[in-house]
Design a protein around this ligand. Sequence first.
Ligand code: ACO
Length: 337
Amino acid sequence: MNRPAPVSRILGTGHYLPEKIVTNDELSTYVDTSDAWIQERTGIRQRHVAEPAIATSDMAAEAAKRALEAAGVAASEIDLILVATVTPDHQLPATAVFVQQKIGAGPVPSLDLAAACAGFVYGLTIADQFIASGAAKRVLVIGVELLSRILDWKDRTTCVLFGDGAGAVILGPAEESTAANGKRQGLLATHIQSDATLAQSLWIPAGGTRLPITAALIDEAENKVHMKGQDIFKVAVKNLFSSSKKVLEKSGLGPDDIDWICPHQANLRIIDSAVNMLGADKEKVLVNIDRVGNTSSASIPILLDESIRSGKVKSGDTVLMCALGAGISWGAAIVTI
Ligand code: ACO
């Protein structure tokens, strides 16, 4: 099914990474691991870790300010704020309201959405629908995670994988905007999906209503991330491929029409396998996992912004984004910048 024309487009992007860097060698002083193991199995060399004074909304607001500046949009023009995160400042209220306050936005709806690593693609999809219905004209979509606070730093199977950071985009109506290369700019297709079959393969068992926190649960690190890595690996490859295929079909494009693939940065081996299945050119794959690790919902918008600011991704380029994470939740989107 061909979608006639995009309704929304990306007006600007921004990202923020905390200054502090933790290398694999430093990690190997906390847990029984090595730089060689981590690089070979995941492609990660280092990750950024937020200092104790920094909260999720601080990083989100920095990324948002940079996206607003790039878009030439004032905070007062934003009429919806969506913050994709599984590491909120507080359980109550939403992190989005702190972002709203920090950037100086008006009294607009602001909400968090929890779809883990797929959160940014979920956010784009929702923002696109708000613009399509005419309910919003300028939407701020943020993917932000402060995962270092929810990791068990004694668990080598999880603590080596993740990092902190934030990425943001401003979405507005596509109207008749055309890039210099003549391509219509905008979001061409999205696809999102969830399935609880593997909900316990990547989760935080305690601290919610199912298992309220106790001192004993804290001692057992049940309030930290637990993961069955191989369960996730298999479905990640399968579903990144299937959702990418779906958005290609929806937009009437083939792998050769895509200029860049901006995949969720979970593991280089997952990315390679999914791109192989898709039959896409490896040269088109954007990667920063070596420098930032897996930043969950922040992963795609950080990579997208870095690639635009470095001049690699240019106006008129068509980008395929795909992500999968806890839930499991996954999705993909195609956008012409
Ligand atoms: N350092 C050294 N050894 C380790 C480490 C480590 N950091 N972690 C695990 N090992 C050991 C294991 O204990 C095991 O030892 P054993 O054979 O003596 O039992 C051995 O290495 C192999 O473990 P596996 O789990 O089989 O290793 P695998 O090759 O599957 O790699 C990994 C593990 C990297 C986690 C992989 O399964 C993976 O990337 N899965 C996807 C999970 C993921 O990316 N999650 C992120 C969130 S979801 C998402 O973003 C898609």
